[in-house]
Write a protein that binds this ligand. Structure first.
Ligand code: GAR
Length: 223
């Protein structure tokens, strides 16, 4: 009997590799742990496999851990404070210019606690992603964790969504659920939400970058 040909190993579907590594500008206002999760994943798997790299980090204030994390990673940073500009519109345009200088494919608001204006959205609408610590459309705004707790909700979580001209109203990309415990206070609950949120943001941004997407009304279709 003829020997059987040597068996080949199992066929493994290659991870889709983006045609071009997408450029991310990340905006922060605080501790920057979501930014760090992105940086860690990109460092672990490499920008080609992830499909994107962080090219700059911007903030609306100085002396925050989010900027320190960017500096430690050797990334360019910029700060645009509202109070340094004559009006909210001027600040918005200055922020848009600073972001634009880094030619991003996607802009990620990772704990950026400012609402951007018309000019910013005109330039980055449809590619500006925000992460919010509640299950939208419940509990939008600056106190998503506190508001869910005060309401007595039994579950909350996080929402990654595209930004539109409302407050946390844009098309939803993905959500993660977190149970609220009787003993929770705002800080304990926020920490558990952030564990889910960091994983979700890393997963979603990678998929958007590698696969491409389209926004059909309120639906986001990742190709
Ligand atoms: C995150 O939980 C994010 O959802 C929230 O700030 C935290 C930032 O954490 N953003 C908002 O509340 C926006 N309305 P981080 O600085 O450690 O990434």
């Amino acid at each position: 009997m003829k020997n059987a040909p040597p068996r080949k190993g199992p066929t493994v579907a290659a991870k889709p590799v983006a045609e071009r590594v997408k450029r991310l500008v990340v905006l922060v206002s605080g501790s920057g742990t979501n930014l760090q999760a992105l940086l860690d994943e990109i460092a672990a798997v490499g920008p080609e496999a992830y499909g994107a790299e962080v090219v700059a980090v911007g903030a609306d204030r100085e002396n925050i851990e989010g900027l320190a994390r960017a500096e430690r990673a050797g990334l360019p940073t910029f700060v645009r404070k509202v109070k340094d500009h004559g009006s909210r519109e001027e600040w918005d345009a200055a922020l848009a210019d600073a972001v634009s200088a880094h030619e991003p494919d996607l802009v990620i608001s990772a704990g950026f606690m400012k609402i951007v204006g018309k000019e910013f959205l005109a330039r980055f609408g449809g590619r500006f992603v925000n992460t919010h610590p509640a299950l939208l459309p419940s509990f939008p705004g600056a106190h998503g964790v506190r508001d869910a707790l005060a309401y007595g909700a039994r579950v909350t979580g996080c929402t990654v969504h595209f930004v539109d001209d409302g407050v946390d109203t844009g098309p939803i990309i993905a959500q993660g659920v977190v149970e609220i415990r009787d003993e929770d206070d705002e800080s304990a609950l926020h920490e558990r939400i952030k564990e889910v949120e960091r994983r979700l943001l890393v997963e979603v941004v990678g998929r958007l970058a590698r696969n491409g997407y389209r926004i059909e009304g309120r639906k986001v279709v990742i190709q």
